[in-house]
Design a protein around this ligand. Structure first.
Ligand SMILES: O=P(O)(O)OC[C@@]1(O)O[C@H](CO)[C@@H](O)[C@@H]1O
Length: 392
């Protein structure tokens, strides 16, 4: 690891800051949304009310002794943070804790009849079934006639900007898409990414997915294209083991997306069938590692996950949250080299992300200055800029 001075870890305790607004406003809005989405029973409603009070005014309370994942959370710093306000521990930690406690409140971990029912399913399904998704899938018919190179670039672009389709983000950023119709890339290492993916590859691509629906669909299309073109021999798709950050993709969401593709007809269905076959033949593998929902940076990933990434020709890390976990959720000076903050990662890594939180690295001084001159600090969180950053 290069000797880079540590930057301050982001906490949520500064009123007026973006992290504070997530804890004080976004989380209560998510609780309201979940309450309305299902006919939850009185016990669950009481638990959601208790969570609302606890997450906004209370202290972190350790998981009960019989919780199925208590030991795991102990290794994930639970005891160190217990007794503190949600605002005073690392923001990354508080956010993960929120989703863990929300799933408890609705009975997701069971036992009981609500076990395994995804509280975010209605909003995920609505997005997957939307006319916007129809339009995106229909556009694949035109793309199918273009040269493979052009298809690959279009699909990479789709996967990158698909990251704007994040349902939690939309709760507090309505209108962001309209605000910047031609948003810019603040860093673009895509040529380096293509050189890692070669033209005749037998290697493995790991794709660490982010959101379901309109982000996961283009991610899957990209994987299907790379497999079909022989640029990779195998792909491993890392998704979340349980619902998380509202719209994050789980194995069930992958199945929904594949059904959506195969039912769409045309080129979309051909992609869908290709992926279906790849899964059944073991050329595409799903992984739902517990660490994917951990409140910690990837620097602390366990050995089995490290081995997965080490074996990949390249790991594509999608989205804002995964970026925060990849580089460390810290107030880095924006010109801190991306290669330095990702030196811990066990293989070539590429980040594809729209900017939705304060963390940023790898900018040139000129780019940072131009962004600040045009927008103050709004470019960091507005979701209107994106990046492709690669450490080979
Ligand atoms: O990871 P994603 O889906 O791109 O974004 C997740 C996100 O909406 O949630 C966090 C705040 O809760 C921010 O990091 C980011 O804005």
């Amino acid at each position: 690891m290069p000797d880079i001075p540590a930057a301050p870890v982001i906490l949520g305790n500064e009123p007026g800051s973006f992290p504070h607004s997530v804890l004080a406003e976004r989380h209560p809005a998510i609780i309201r949304q979940v309450r309305e989405a299902f006919p939850y029973e009185p016990r669950q409603r009481r638990a959601l009310d208790a969570l609302l009070a606890n997450c906004t005014e209370g202290e972190i309370e350790p998981l009960p002794a019989d919780a199925h994942d208590r030991e795991r959370w102990e290794t994930w710093d639970m005891d160190a943070h217990a007794g503190h306000s949600w605002y005073d521990v690392p923001w990354l930690w508080s956010e993960s804790w929120f989703y863990r406690r929300l799933l408890d409140a609705v009975g997701y971990f069971g036992p009981g009849p609500w076990q395994g029912i995804d509280p975010f399913l209605p909003s995920k399904r609505a997005e997957l079934d939307s006319p916007a998704t129809d339009g995106e899938l229909a556009a694949l018919d035109d793309l199918a006639g273009r040269p493979a190179e052009e298809q690959a670039r279009a699909l990479l672009h789709g996967s990158l900007w698909g990251n704007r389709a994040d349902l939690g983000f939309r709760l507090s950023a309505e209108g962001a898409e309209e605000a910047a119709p031609v948003p810019g890339l603040v860093a673009d290492d895509s040529e380096r990414l293509w050189s890692l993916l070669g033209t005749a590859g037998t290697g493995t691509l790991c794709l660490v997915a982010d959101n379901a629906g309109r982000e996961l669909v283009p991610d899957l299309l990209l994987v299907a294209h790379l497999l079909a073109q022989g640029r990779i021999g195998r792909a491993v798709l890392h998704v979340k083991p349980h619902p998380y950050y509202v719209s994050d993709a789980t194995p069930a969401d992958v199945v929904d997306a594949l059904r959506r593709l195969t039912a769409a007809g045309g080129a979309a269905a051909a992609y869908g069938r290709g992926l279906w076959t790849a899964l059944s033949e073991g050329r595409l593998t799903l992984r739902a590692h517990p660490f994917s929902c951990s409140p910690l940076p990837y620097e602390r990933m366990p050995d089995d996950l490290r081995a997965d990434f080490a074996a990949a020709a390249v790991t594509l890390v999608k989205g804002d949250l995964n970026y925060r976990r990849l580089v460390g959720d810290r107030y880095w000076p924006p010109t801190t080299p991306f290669a330095d903050v990702t030196a811990h990662f066990p293989g070539p890594v590429a980040a594809l992300r729209t900017l939705k939180s304060d963390v940023i690295t790898g900018l040139t001084p000129g780019t940072e200055a131009a962004l600040v001159a045009a927008e103050g600090q709004r470019w960091r969180t507005g979701g209107t800029h994106a990046l492709v950053q690669v450490r080979a």
